[in-house]
Ligand binder design. Structure first.
Ligand SMILES: [Zn+2]
Length: 175
């Protein structure tokens, strides 16, 4: 059986035992999470969340792009979230190539000029997490005073490490 058929069979089985039709739209934990799309991160499992608990916004890297900010505005103003987590992770694919590498590859594979495309690759994980947190904190259209936390998830241990602001945190990470 091919993977597509397997997936659809999986849904039929899921729907047979489905009991979550009563859930309201606003997330029960008033939490929104921005996380990398990496297949090794099951965000709900990492934080022991249940369906209905949180908004989970995912993309390559777990980066706070314009589209993520769009989702966070809706999440906070219309659906009541007040805590935001950014979760990036060790061994992230985004650390392994540059925007230019991928542009060159696309040009070679498709024949189309890709020089206008941005992939937002990064070379320092901790710095990237801080940058995403700052972007959320500084965005003027979110609700002031909301809680924003940044984490690195270790794909080999399953542990989350919180990335604090400033120098103190860099010291604790290297120890
Ligand atoms: Zn990743």
């Amino acid at each position: 059986m091919g993977s597509h058929e397997e997936n659809l069979k999986g849904n039929r089985e899921y729907a047979e035992h489905f009991t979550l039709g009563h859930l309201p739209t606003p997330p029960a934990k008033k939490l929104a999470i921005v996380a990398c799309m990496d297949a090794r991160l099951t965000v709900e499992q990492i934080l022991a969340l249940k369906t209905g608990d949180a908004h989970i916004i995912r993309n390559a890297g777990g980066l706070v792009t314009d589209d993520v900010l769009r989702s966070l505005v809706i999440s906070s103003h219309l659906l009541g979230t007040r805590t935001y987590y950014v979760i990036q992770h060790t061994d992230c694919g985004m650390l392994t190539f540059t925007d230019q590498d991928l542009r060159d590859q696309l040009k070679a594979k498709t024949g189309h000029d890709a020089s206008h495309l941005h992939f937002h690759t990064f070379s320092n994980l901790e710095e990237s997490v801080r940058k995403q947190v700052e972007t959320i904190r500084n965005y003027p259209f979110l609700i002031p005073g909301t809680d924003v936390h940044g984490f690195i998830y270790d794909v080999h241990t399953g542990k989350l490490q919180e990335i604090a602001e400033g120098e103190a945190c860099a010291a604790s990470l290297s120890s």
